[in-house]
Design a protein around this ligand. Structure first.
Ligand code: NAD
Length: 482
């Protein structure tokens, strides 16, 4: 019998008022139910928001180093559970074991990183125009933060919102995605065990349109941090700003790698394949467009097809590339394959679900390469969120830059080149929040800011690093003349 997990509200593990549960199935074998969670409703969300509001003052007044100690201890608890959490992540989300282990480690590192920051929060002292006045700034918590997270990094993303929010003294309501909520619940377990006071964190599982939407509307909630699709995120942004709330949205991507004439085509293909097929293409920073100079185009395509065909597909615990997360995500990828064919792109590799005994009931998808892609095609403009790379040929670097930028998204972008001038021009002119030279579009360091341009982000706030704390703090300017 599969365990049924409960919500975490006001320091207690409680069932939803609806008496309904969500079933999470193994994406590598849909016949297996791996866990059940509460299918909560707005009543549960309201209770959580009220608990967070009630805990606000005590947590805000807890000294930063003490808040930091709880975060550090929770990080260590997560580290002690690393293997188990890695397997839970694979069972719910499906990614390959090394990717899942890396993600769990990232969550541990984030907790440790922000545990130090909790003690460091400060302002600046300035010289006052008045002789007797001490003039300085100080940072205070914003209040109650609502965190709404997607399924594709089900432990790292909740961790990179939660750790700075708590470090800065905010209380939190968290709504993880319903296809893989387990890792977010595990963060609550670790913080509870580490001694987090009741009500400081509240985790409620259930439908976004009900639970998350109630958080966004709730009077007690002061700030909303959302990561997910542009479609939902833009709605959440409007809803939150209408209520006068601080809001941060991290959304979709259509990330290019520009391959210059001087690039080694095989090296470039490896970089593009790692960026596009890693995590089964289900990263917001995944490379989904290779924009390739005509001089290296044919060799690059051959090498990319070879990369695609060499990938071992199977259950995440064993294989190099796991399944897509759900039937609807797989269906959506297959629909884009049809669209690309109808638009005239050439299918050079993959394009279907793979066959094999171990793949029977899983949402597996072949790594797919389309060539002869025109940048106006939907396959070059819309986020596919599966292991699909569109290759676009260009005749010079300027055209390549123009094509790379000619999308409504701007999350991550990379260039592969041996030409220093081209590399510098790309860094200057690429319209993306993360730009890289001779590296894949995926992969982020935790101590530098992350966020996108254009439709990829609300642009006003960044996540991670020192900048990640800004969203969760409000500045007060003090004129102190006794
Ligand atoms: P999604 O937008 O479907 O869901 C994200 C979260 O929003 C979930 O918790 C969901 O339950 C909730 N939600 C759904 N309807 C809602 C509503 N009406 N009001 C409030 N919340 C609601 O996204 P997903 O499918 O979980 O994740 C994949 C998407 O996330 C991709 O587009 C990907 O690019 C994006 N993503 C972006 C980043 C980034 O940092 N830019 C990182 C990871 C994923």
């Amino acid at each position: 019998m599969t365990d049924t997990n409960t919500n975490y509200v006001n320091g207690a593990w409680v069932s939803a008022s609806t008496d309904e549960t969500i079933e999470v199935r193994n994406p590598a074998d849909a016949s297996e139910v791996v866990a059940r969670y509460q299918q909560s409703g707005s009543e549960d969300a309201n209770e959580a928001a009220e608990a967070a509001a009630a805990a606000e003052d005590e947590w805000a007044n807890t000294p930063g180093p003490e808040r930091g100690r709880i975060l550090r201890k929770a990080g260590t608890i997560l580290a002690n559970r690393k293997d188990e959490l890695t397997e839970q992540l694979v069972a719910e989300e499906g990614k390959a074991r090394p990717e899942a282990a890396g993600e769990v480690q990232r969550a541990i590192d984030i907790f440790h990183y922000f545990s130090g920051k909790a003690a460091d929060l400060g302002g600046t002292v300035k010289s006052s125009s008045s002789r007797d006045t001490t003039l300085y700034t100080r940072k205070e918590p914003v209040g109650v933060a609502a965190l709404i997270t997607p399924w594709n990094y089900p432990i790292a993303i909740p961790a990179w919102k939660l750790a700075p929010a708590l470090a800065a003294g905010n209380t939190v309501v968290l709504k993880p995605a319903s296809v893989a909520p387990g890792p977010a619940v595990a963060l609550a377990e670790a913080l509870d065990e580490a001694g987090l006071p009741d009500g400081v964190l509240n985790v409620v599982t259930g439908p976004g349109s009900d639970v998350a939407s109630t958080f966004v509307e709730h009077d007690a909630v002061d700030a909303v941090s959302f990561t997910g699709s542009s479609q939902v995120g833009e709605m959440v942004y409007d809803q939150a700003t209408d209520q006068g709330k601080r809001v941060q949205t991290e959304l979709g991507g259509k990330n290019p790698t520009l391959v210059g004439a001087s690039a080694d085509p095989e090296e470039a293909a490896e970089i593009v394949a790692n960026g596009g097929f890693g995590t089964t293409g289900q990263s917001c920073t995944a490379c989904s467009r290779a924009v390739v100079h005509e001089d290296v185009y044919d060799e690059f395509v051959d090498a990319l097809v070879a990369e695609a065909e060499s990938i071992d597909i199977g259950p995440g615990l064993e294989a190099e590339m796991g399944p897509q997360v759900s039937q609807s995500e797989l269906d959506s990828t297959l629909e884009y394959i049809d669209i690309a064919r109808e638009e005239g792109a050439t299918l050079a590799a993959g394009g279907d679900t793979p066959e094999g005994e171990s793949l029977g009931d899983g949402y597996f998808m072949e790594p797919t390469v389309f060539t002869d892609v025109d940048n106006d095609m939907r396959i070059a403009q819309e986020e596919v969120f599966g292991p699909v790379i569109a290759v676009i040929e260009v005749s010079d670097f300027d055209e390549g830059l123009e094509v790379a930028n000619d999308v409504e998204y701007g999350l991550s972008a990379s260039v592969v080149t041996d030409d220093h001038t081209e590399a510098n021009r790309f860094l200057d002119e690429a319209e993306a929040g993360v730009v890289k030279v001779n590296e894949k579009t995926t992969g982020l360091e935790l101590h530098v800011p992350f966020g996108g341009f254009k439709r990829s982000s609300s642009e006003t706030w960044r996540e991670q690093g020192d900048e990640g704390l800004e969203f969760y703090t409000i500045e007060k300017t003090v004129y102190d003349n006794y």
